[in-house]
Design a protein around this ligand. Sequence first.
Ligand code: ATP
Ligand code: MG
Length: 330
Amino acid sequence: APRSLSGMQPTSDSLHLGNYIGALVEWVRLQETHDAFYFVADLHALTVATEPELLRRRTRLTAAQFIAGGVDPERSVLFVQSHISQHTELNWILSCLTGFGEASRMTQFKDKSAKGSNTNVGLFTYPVLQAADILVYDADVVPVGEDQRQHLELSRDLAGRFNQRFGDTLVVPDPHIMKATAKIQDLQDPTAKMSKSAASDAGLVSLLDEPNRIAKKIRSAVTDTEREIRFDEDAKPGISNLLSIHAALSGTPIAHLEAQYEGRGYGDLKKDVAEIVVEKVTPFRERTLELMADEAELDRILADGADRAREVAEATVRRVYDKVGLLRRP
Ligand code: ATP
Ligand code: MG
C-alpha cells in the first residue's frame, strides 16, 4: 500500500478544531487505504521555549488525542519524533542541500518570527527538519492543512534535488490537502488561521475544553454586519469559517448549507455549529482522559510504534549516507 505520513507539534495541551478538521480526520480516513505513519513532533515543539515537564506531558497528551480521534495504533505506526534519531541525521544532509534564500522565503517563519519575541535558528530551519520527517519514511502522501503547502513544496524540491545529484534514492511525496475545509480560521480574527500558539485563545476551539466553553466561544464568533449566510472568504470570513466547520463535521456540502440557511439569522447558524462541535468533542475528551490515566500503557504503545518506525528510518539513512559518500558506520 502507498504510505501516508504526518505529525503534529505538542505545543499546547489540546489540539484545536483546525488540527482536527484540517488533518486528523484525514489521517484516520487514510488508515483504510494506506500504510500510515503518524507522529508527535516534539523536536519541532522545541522551537518554542517550554518548561520540560510540560513538554513531556503535552507529548503524551498529543499522542492520546491522536488515538481518541481515531488513529489505531495497531494499524498505524504511532510514535514520537525524538525517539527516532534518523530524523535529525537526515535533517543535516538536507540542510546542506537547502539554499539560504530558499529557506528565507518560508512564510510560516516570517509570520511566527514577526509575532513572537523568540526567533531562533531552529524556527528558521524547521521546514528542513519537516522534510526529513517525511523523506526518512519514503512517504507517498502527506495529509496536512493548507498552511503546510509551502513546506511540502520544499520537501518535494529537496527530494528531487537529492535524486538528481545522487541518483534515485528518495520518494517525492504528494501533498494531500483537504479542499474547502483545509483551513480553519480563528473565531475572533477570521482572517488568521486558528493556531495552537496564537497570542489569545478567545478565538481558539480547543478540543479538550469544557463543552460549555466551546459552545460559548462559537456563539461569540466574529461575523459581519450583513444578514446573509453565504460562503465568501474575502467579504465574509467569519461566516465562511462557520460554514466550513459545519460542512466538515456534518458532511453537508456548503452549497446545501447556504440553501438551508436562506432567510435565517447568524444566531441559528452559530447555535447549530456549536451543537455539532460539542457532539464531536464530548466523547473525544472522555477517551483522551481515559488514555492519560494509564501512562504506562500509552508509553508502551509509543515504544512499539518507535520500533516499527525505526526499521524504515534506519534503512533510508543508510541509503542516503552511502549515496553522499559517508564511510559506512563500523
Ligand atoms: P503551532 O501554532 O504551534 O504551529 P498549529 O496549530 O499550527 O500549531 P501544528 O502542530 O503546527 O498545529 O499542525 C498540525 C496539523 O494541523 C498540520 O497538518 C496543520 O496543517 C494542521 N493545521 C494547523 N492549523 C490549522 C488550521 N487552522 N486549519 C486547518 N489545519 C490546520
Ligand atoms: Mg503550525
